[in-house]
Structure formats: structure tokens, C-alpha cells
Ligand binder design. Sequence first.
Ligand code: A3P
Ligand code: MG
Ligand code: MG
Length: 383
Amino acid sequence: MAAAKAFLQHEPESGNPRHDPWSANLKLDEVGRFSMDRDRKFHNDERMMRYYVKPSAEVPGFALRDGYETWTTPEDEKDHINEMLMWVIHNKEKFQEQPSEDGIVSLNTDFVCKRGLLARVMCTPYENNEELAIAVTKFRGTYFMCEISTVLLSPEEELEELSEEEAKELRQLLYGGYKFEQYVTADKPGGEPDTTKPVNSCEQFYRVLRAGLKSHSLVYCGEVDAYDPEDDNQFVELKTSRIADLLIPRRTNNFKRFKLIRTWAQSVTTGVDKIVYGFRDDNNTICAVRDLQTSQIPAIVQDLDSPWNPRVCFSFLDQFLKFVKSRITIANHKSVYLVTWQPSKKPWNKPYYDPIKDVRCERMGRDSDHAFLPQWFVEWDGW
Ligand code: A3P
Ligand code: MG
Ligand code: MG
């Protein structure tokens, strides 16, 4: 259990563990909240916010397969930035636009995107597997960026390439992530989890953040799993992982190197201070739950051989945004650029690896499949 102990019991050196010096890199400001309902309908409010309920048992025994047989996977989500754009048009006044001389309305932000994209970019210096592909369109002075899925985002696409057995296993894992959320959240403060309801992964609550990173301004949304009014009003990220990640030192190392970096990037960009990990056994049952402060993660990974470094993550994000600004200057909603990066072998083991050198930018032809700004957005009469 030595590794588990080291992983769980990192004591903050001093001060308030909620004080996160790394999040200061982003100068975060919450500017809004919105919800997506079970029918993927947008609501300009926090109706889908969930409230964290700490499991009372040491070994909770949450069966993540419960209800799986009747679970229907939602339709493919190709329009992945639409909810963010919807929020923009519902909250025009929050952009404090000053009409320019030529009368063009500006959003007064360099970038609009979703949190997942920023987290992906931040992890890129340590990524050795998945490529990065981002569609960018400059429109009314703002760069809109949309991640193009090359991984697991579309269950349908991914499942086609797998054997039936593998596909079922993967789908069960996906379901398990959502089912865990159901076991540890309620729909109101002080409420009880309702684990009899069918799991619906479309129901989501988002924060919208304005951030400043060096010379860049950004507005983006990030889905947030829960809120904990009983623990200092912290937002909470819920995750599942295998119990071996907690118990077997070699697994713990991989967990810290590959999983914690993503969870950290996802949380630090969204102002989520607490992460709750449910660890599942081979029966797909949660047998341990542990929580971590986001601010502690960079210290927790320090015992790795060449650990990842938050400074590298923020610096790469800064360079990436600079790259986008320097390579894309034409502002036209019909011009789509594809910004890509391919992993080379084990970059985290190469101290002199400079990932920005491998970022490419290509202008797509008109009518590109990667165009993502919908007509209702570019033709909105509020512009
Ligand atoms: P776990 O990550 O706990 O397995 P999030 O943690 O980002 O809030 O996502 C919640 C759950 O969505 C995940 O739970 C997983 O089950 C599922 N999921 C959706 N898209 C995914 C993706 N691209 N990769 C991995 N898991 C995904
Ligand atoms: Mg989530
Ligand atoms: Mg989660």
C-alpha cells in the first residue's frame, strides 16, 4: 500500500490547499453558466448543476453496470461548439463590446472555444499517442476554435473498428463513468442520489470562463460534474479509474503520468478545485473513493521519473495561441484552417523536445467538412 499512501497523502507544504498558484496563470473569471437538458436543449441557467454527495461507506460497492442494458448512447455530436455559440448570443451584453469605427461588433476576446480543447493543448508536450487537430475560423476579430475528434468522442465511429467484445467493454466503461456520477450526486443541496433513474449523458452543467493567459484573452465553457456546498463551495470533477491505479506502484506511476495530467488540465482551466476519484474493481464496482485538491496534483506527481510540469503546459498553450494568431489573419467565416500536431515517440522523455516546432497550419478549401460556425451564428441579427 506504500504507493497508495504516497498518492493519497500528500500534505500541502503550507497555507490553504485551495490556493492554487497554477490557476493564477489563467486569471479566471466566471462570466456565466448554462445547462444542456436530456434533449440537448440549451438553457441559459444552472438547472442541471449537480450537488456532490460524499459516499458514507469506506467500500461503497457502487455497481457501475446497473442499468447498462437499457442505456441508449446519444447521437453523434459533430456540432461540438454550438452550445458555446448559443451562450454567446444569449449573453451579448457580457462582452462589453465597444462599437468600432466601421460599426463591426466585436466580442472583445481573442479566442472562443471549449475547455476540452485548451486542456488537450496543454497536455500536448507530454502526449505520445493521440494527434491534435483543431479547426480555426477567424470571425469578427475573434478566433473560434473547435477540436476535431481523433479519439473516443464519437462512440459510433470508434466502435466500428473494434471487435464486438471490445466494443461492449468500452461502452460499459463509458457508461460506468456516467453511472458513478449518478451515485455521488443529487439534484439539490442536501439531496439524495437517485440511482433508479436512467442515466442520461446529455444532461450537463457548464461554467463559462473568461481567462487571460499572457497576451491572450479567451472565453470558453467547461462542463462541470458537481458542486459541493458542504465543502467550501468547491466545484468537483468526478472520475473513475481502476483500483490497480491506486494499489500497484507501476500503475500508480502511469496514472500520475498520463491520467492525472489530463484531469489536472481539465480542472485547472475550469476553476474546479476538487477531484473525486472512484476506483473500480474487475467487477466494475466502485471499491474506493478518494479526493484530491487540483492544486496538489503538480506536487503529487513530483516523485515520477521526469515528471510533467505545469509550467511547460501553460507555456505551450501560450505558444500555441501565438502560433494561431500569427498564421491565421484572414477574418472570414468561410475560411477554415486546420491546425495539427502529430506525436513523436515519448516526448516526455526528451528534455529538448520542442512540440511547437511540430505544429502545422493548413488552409482548408471552401465547403470544407471542418467548417463549424453554423449559419444561425454568423447571420445572427445581434451582430
Ligand atoms: P470517467 O472519465 O470517469 O471514466 P468527465 O470525467 O470528463 O466529466 O466525463 C465523464 C464520463 O464521460 C467519463 O467518465 C466517461 O465515462 C465518459 N466519456 C465521455 N467522453 C469521453 C472521452 N472522450 N474519453 C473518455 N471518456 C469519456
Ligand atoms: Mg463531466
Ligand atoms: Mg468527470
